[in-house]
Write a protein that binds this ligand. Structure first.
Ligand SMILES: Nc1nc2c(c(=O)[nH]1)N[C@@H](CN(C=O)c1ccc(C(=O)N[C@@H](CCC(=O)O)C(=O)O)cc1)CN2
Length: 293
């Protein structure tokens, strides 16, 4: 069994980006600039946005953090999005999700100029991704592709089961695993809370990508010998024995599943760090105007 080290790969990728940025600056070019909007004080969102700002520093990017209290109105937030769309100094920006219930995430995403949508959530980027056109690909699925590539994991003709159908992970992941390219060319099945044959599908899978957000959902009996298991789950489960008060728990029951796998990602230290670094890759593309002018 090989443990996929997302933390180490993400450090490598950040170094590669930093080298390229240094060359751009040396030639008189501008550092890529990522802006992030954070609404409220959700513990996870605070952690992830702080990690994004820190990664920008490591890559040599400029970053701006724009904060709002939870009671910000939808109109105020949309006005800031429109302002960032017009700000020539900002190459790309994100609005950290989830947003408070009184704000429509879809409306916010659709208001972002797709040319600055480095999260790859705008319908134009999602549509272009699904038909294989150049676009910003959403960070978590793209990070998983990078791990498959760096560990030279065969995907062509493999049976891949994606657990979960979210817009930001499950759906794009399924589209990317079936794309005519490497990594891809897989036979993909998407399972979700209403799927009847979920266990059977998993038992037959060469690759399982678990993104349901249900701690310890994937058990040993659901995984065949030699399978590749990618765990996207990062649920904060209360744990009074820890200083933080919670334990970060994946969707896979790691201790019992790992011995059966050829490759497996841990939580933490697997997919999570790759999500951050994939956003950095998109920001570099935005800075270089490599996809859209
Ligand atoms: N605007 C966005 N919102 C959200 C996204 C996104 O891509 N764009 N994805 C998730 C959260 N997310 C990034 O924002 C994210 C999740 C997890 C990690 C991560 O590094 N996890 C670490 C553990 C960190 C911890 O201690 O909590 C790990 O798995 O090792 C990074 C980013 C939803 N929202």
């Amino acid at each position: 069994m090989t443990l996929i080290d997302g933390k180490a790969i993400s450090e490598q990728v950040k170094q590669e980006i930093a080298t390229e940025v240094a060359e751009i600056v040396e030639r008189g070019g501008k550092r890529p600039h990522l802006a992030a909007i954070l609404v409220g004080h959700d513990g996870g969102s605070e952690t992830y946005v702080a990690a994004k700002v820190k990664a920008c520093e490591a890559c040599g990017f400029k970053s701006s953090l724009i904060r709002y209290e939870t009671d910000v109105t939808e109109e105020e937030l949309l006005a800031k999005v429109r302002e960032l769309n017009e700000d020539a100094d900002v190459d790309g920006f994100i609005v950290q999700l989830p947003l408070p219930k009184h704000i429509s995430e879809q409306k916010v995403i659709e208001t972002i100029d797709y040319r600055k949508d480095v999260d790859g959530f705008h319908p134009i980027n999602v549509g272009r991704m699904s038909i294989g056109l150049p676009c910003y690909v959403s960070a978590t699925p793209n990070g998983i592709l990078e791990l498959l590539k760096r560990y030279k994991i065969e995907t062509s003709g493999k049976k891949c089961v994606v657990l979960g159908r979210s817009n930001i992970v499950g759906k794009p992941m399924a589209a990317l695993m079936m794309q005519k390219a490497y990594p891809g060319d897989a036979t993909v099945t998407v399972c979700h809370s209403r799927s009847k044959a979920l266990v059977k599908e998993c038992q037959e899978a060469d690759i399982i990508i678990a993104a349901m957000g249900q701690p310890n959902f994937v058990k040993a009996e659901m995984v065949k010998e030699g399978a590749v298991v990618i765990d996207v789950g990062t649920t904060r489960v209360p744990d009074a024995t820890r200083k933080s008060g919670f334990k970060l728990t994946g969707d896979v029951k790691f201790d019992e599943v790992a011995p059966k796998c050829s490759f497996i990602t841990p939580v933490p230290g697997g997919v999570g760090p790759m999500t951050i670094v994939s956003l950095m890759k998109n920001t570099l593309l935005a800075g270089k105007k490599a996809i859209y002018q």
